[in-house]
Design a protein around this ligand. Structure first.
Ligand SMILES: Cc1ncc(COP(=O)(O)O)c(C=O)c1O
Length: 421
């Protein structure tokens, strides 16, 4: 039996279920996820690590749930033994609802607020990854008020460009993320003198969709240098969080050689004899999701041929925000004739474009279209711009299709709003 996304009887299926049946029952636009693909991705990563790294240095894989934070997706990964990386109180809330053990949750949030810090300490998360000098005092003070000692890890900004687009590169010195090695040396000393924080290590995350494996090596080497300096100064360094950023296929990208990556972890990070953590997001869920949408109109102008979908940039903002490529596939090929389209949404913005000049089999009103590789940074970045209700989300597990988020209603749209008396 085929699992994942595949064509059967000229129609796109996920596992045994036809996209056309999902559209009939649940409408469009709808995000569709394959639990089997998510599990396969987790297995692929964890089994490479199992093969290459010694038993006592197996990484704690913490899913970066900003990629897709639906509690059912979180639950699939939790059941695989995965940990969780969070960046807000909302993601903590979701993680706890999905059943994650707080001892497997790490907070890497940027600009940590008081309420969020209190919630994380109350839940008993494993650690905070520090993004700015003042966070150390802030977390120490709150921990003191709460009668707790909190583990902290310093995020290194290694001044390395990684990531598939300017807006998803996070490790250059001009980026807002992380701390310079010089600052970390001072901050580690300061933190070790404070009473209610316990500095345990370092983290690094250079960007997202990092397709050149060469980008990781210097980041690992900079971590190593810093560990040696800190240890020479008498500090304990027992934890290294080596980040996420593994790429997926959108178009014709080259995937990272995970075995070669793991061998670098073995050769550079393992000799430091620390706990190892990783924070992949996109890799675990990106190729497991599709945005199912319908053609509203084929609009011909003197210069262009527009395919107007019922999904827009509010449902999937990656093409608008990052110039991202998504494979777009008719659910059923009704003809062998083709046409070339600018594929757009219904939002009142010229930037509401999924792609320009894409050739597909000839499309007509009400035809279904799948926007692929939409499982990561798809729904989690969706908004109700233009007062469009958020789409539904469906999880396919074997022959089972479960609605894991109902389509928003118009009443949902104005929930919490009020007209003053
Ligand atoms: C600190 C941190 N860790 C992990 C991730 C996950 O990245 P990816 O989805 O590319 O694996 C991000 C993404 O922005 C991040 O900022």
């Amino acid at each position: 039996m085929m699992s994942g996304f595949h064509i059967k009887n000229n129609t796109l299926h996920v596992d045994q279920i036809a996209f056309s049946d999902i559209a009939k029952e649940h409408g469009t636009p709808t995000y569709i996820y394959s639990a089997a693909i998510i599990r396969d991705q987790y297995q692929a990563l964890s089994s490479v690590m199992r093969d290459v790294l010694p038993d006592n240095r197996q990484p704690m894989i913490c899913y970066a749930c900003k990629a897709n934070s639906n509690i059912s997706i979180l639950n699939v990964l939790k059941n695989m033994g995965c940990g969780l990386e969070i960046v807000s109180e909302g993601e903590l809330f979701r993680g706890l609802k999905a059943g994650f053990d707080p001892a497997k949750i790490i907070s890497t949030s940027f600009g940590k607020g008081r309420a969020e810090i209190i919630a994380c300490i109350t839940a008993g998360i494993r650690q905070f990854n520090i993004e700015a000098a003042d966070e150390v005092d802030h977390i120490n003070d709150i921990s003191k008020e709460m009668g707790k000692t909190t583990q902290i890890v310093f995020r290194l900004n290694p001044n390395i460009a990684g990531g598939g687009h300017d807006k998803i590169s996070t490790g250059r010195k001009e980026d807002k993320f992380g701390n310079s090695a010089e600052d970390i040396i001072k901050l580690y000393q300061k933190a070790s003198e404070l009473t209610h924080v316990n500095p345990i290590g370092l983290s690094v995350h250079i960007g997202s969709q990092v397709s050149t494996i060469e980008s990781f090596r210097p980041a690992f080497e900079k971590l190593t240098e810093l560990v040696k300096i800190l240890r020479a100064a008498g500090h304990m360094v027992t934890c290294l969080d080596i980040g996420g950023g593994f790429p997926i296929i959108y178009n014709d990208e080259k995937l990272l050689d995970l075995r070669a990556y793991a061998e670098w972890v073995r050769d550079i990070i393992v000799p430091l004899e620390t706990e190892i953590q990783m924070e992949p997001g996109r890799y675990l869920v990106g190729n497991a999701g599709v945005l199912l949408t319908k053609v509203e109109y084929v609009k011909q102008t003197p210069s262009r041929n527009f395919l107007v979908l019922d999904a827009g940039m509010n449902d999937l903002i990656r093409p608008t925000l990052y110039d991202a490529y998504h494979d777009i596939q008719p659910v059923t090929a009704n003809t062998i004739d083709t046409d070339t389209y600018d594929i757009v949404g219904p939002i009142c913005e010229s930037g509401d474009i999924f792609t320009k000049g894409r050739t597909l089999t000839k499309m007509a009103k009400d035809d279904l279209v799948a926007i692929k590789s939409a499982g990561a940074y798809g729904f989690s970045m969706a908004s109700t711009y233009n007062s469009r209700p958020l789409p539904s989300e469906i999880l396919i597990d074997g022959n089972h299709a479960s609605v894991i988020r109902k389509r928003q209603t118009l009443e949902d749209l104005i929930q919490g709003e009020a007209i003053p008396a």
